[in-house]
Design a protein around this ligand. Structure first.
Ligand code: ZN
Length: 245
């Protein structure tokens, strides 16, 4: 099997405007996410791209060379060019895997692919999160115990306005009482999509080994299963026509 080509996309804004975030992720959240992927998938070719690069680092060529894209955005969803969001959508339909992280639920890319608002409820109150495994046989849950905990996270709660997930891997419970479908799988066209909830920028979530393992498992799971380049051709009959007797 060819080595997996993963592009880690980061909005890269909070890291430069919030000292607390900069303290946790001095080289950007995308760098830390990429390091976690390399730790658990040493054979993968992991690179990063950010909003500030031309075409946000996601040229057609770059996307062609990407098997799995991870997406973290929050503050600057509206600064992502529509053309780039549609380009990512098209690549997912062709077969590229997509892992949407935390506040990426409101990204143009995720909303285009889901076709719904992707809204949820939220609260920033330093609450404990317990991430429960719903499906221990799922490849994305490999190596994870019955649950794992993050000592402090932002709360996300239901209702989560997404189409019913095709597979549910995790559900989170928060200290304040809410629950949330925190690990969800969909297929769109020929591509696999995984949404994974944890990852608020003011907590060291992407340094956590369980979180890193889940993202790496998801990248393996989302590996393209073949490419399907879109077209709508007018074709000739594949068999000779049956002549009337
Ligand atoms: Zn957040």
């Amino acid at each position: 099997m060819n080595s997996l080509r993963i592009t880690v996309w980061g909005e890269n804004v909070h890291e430069h405007t919030n000292a607390k975030v900069n303290g946790i992720y001095p080289r950007g959240m995308h760098t830390t996410i990429a390091e976690g992927l390399s730790k658990y998938l040493p054979a993968a070719r992991v690179t990063t791209a950010t909003l500030q690069e031309p075409e946000h680092g996601l040229t057609a060529e770059r996307l062609r060379d990407t098997d799995v894209l991870t997406w973290w955005g929050h503050k600057a969803h509206d600064q992502v060019a529509d053309e780039v969001a549609r380009r990512v959508q098209a690549r997912v339909l062709e077969g590229m895997g997509l892992i949407v992280l935390h506040s990426g639920h409101y990204s143009k890319v995720f909303r285009l692919l889901m076709g719904t608002t992707c809204s949820l409820t939220w609260r920033e109150a330093d609450e404990r999160e317990r991430v429960w495994v719903c499906n221990p046989g799922h490849p994305i849950a490999r190596g994870i115990d019955r649950f794992f905990e993050l000592p402090m996270e932002e709360m996300y709660g239901e209702p989560f306005a997404v189409p019913a997930p095709e597979e549910q891997v995790f559900i989170s419970w928060f200290e304040g009482g809410e629950v949330f479908r925190s690990g969800c799988c969909w297929r769109r066209g020929n591509g696999s999509i995984f949404y994974f909830r944890p990852g608020h920028e003011t907590y060291p979530t992407y340094h956590d080994d369980n979180v890193r393992r889940v993202i790496a498992n998801a990248a393996e799971w989302a590996r393209p299963r073949g490419a399907w380049v879109d077209s709508c051709p007018n074709v000739t009959a594949s068999a000779e026509k049956i002549s009337p007797k």
